[in-house]
Design a protein. Structure first.
Length: 227
């Protein structure tokens, strides 16, 4: 277990779940975000890195296969590591099946980097951590920008509401941090639920969702100290 966090901080994926969760689940999410697990016990960083590599290098299927082969050939030292490597191999298989839905032809794709900025809402830090920036030129020659975020949770797929909340926050992140690259196009804001094979785009109407996010963050901030 990593050290507990003094200040309220939540990942965008968990906030998306929080916004549609039961009271008991909300309580658990706050506890888990305040007391995060040690990074060595995260399951999908390698899968995220492999998919980012694939996207940024021309979406050549051989890149995914090379990463899968590397996972296959890694000798696990623990049962957890064996499970993690197996899940990463499966995640790349699932993502490969989603690629045609992304319709990224003609899109310039670049990695976001290791330490992206955050969002701050109602005193809560939201860690968004998108994988890649998407850029394309429209018919008038104007540059449009967006982001792609991967969601990994084999046993907890996103529903429509959670997916749209995450996409809304991704859109806010792009508006705050990517405007220097051009106008944000909500059609280039993508959340990919890798295991479920579903794709979410930022909804056009987001005022109510952003208000819901603000209220949820106020609640998280108020409850943080008692968890």
């Amino acid at each position: 277990m990593a050290e507990s966090r003094e200040s309220p901080r939540v990942s965008v994926n968990k906030l998306g779940e929080y916004l549609t969760a039961s009271p008991a689940r909300r309580k658990r999410i706050i506890h888990d975000q305040k007391h995060p697990c040690d990074p060595q016990y995260l399951r999908y960083p390698e899968a995220s890195q492999a998919i980012t590599d694939f996207l940024c290098k021309g979406m050549n299927g051989g890149i995914l296969r090379d990463h899968q082969e590397r996972f296959f050939n890694t000798v696990p030292q623990t049962e957890f590591e064996a499970q993690r490597l197996h899940l990463c191999v499966e995640a790349l298989d699932r993502f490969a099946a989603v690629v045609p839905q992304l319709e990224l032809e003609g899109t310039i794709i670049s990695a976001v980097g290791q330490e992206p900025p955050v969002l701050e809402v109602a005193g809560v830090t939201i860690s968004v951590r998108p994988e890649v920036v998407l850029q394309m030129t429209d018919r008038r020659g104007e540059n449009k920008v967006g982001l792609l975020k991967l969601y990994f949770a084999k046993w907890h797929p996103l529903d429509e509401r959670s997916g749209q909340y995450i996409a809304t926050l991704l859109h806010s992140f792009a508006e705050q941090h990517l405007r220097h690259l051009g106008p944000v196009d909500q059609r280039l804001i993508r959340v990919v639920d890798v295991f479920a094979g579903t794709l979410f785009e930022a909804p056009k109407a987001n005022t109510r969702r952003l208000h819901d996010v603000e209220l949820a963050c106020e609640e998280i901030g108020a409850l943080w100290a008692i968890h």
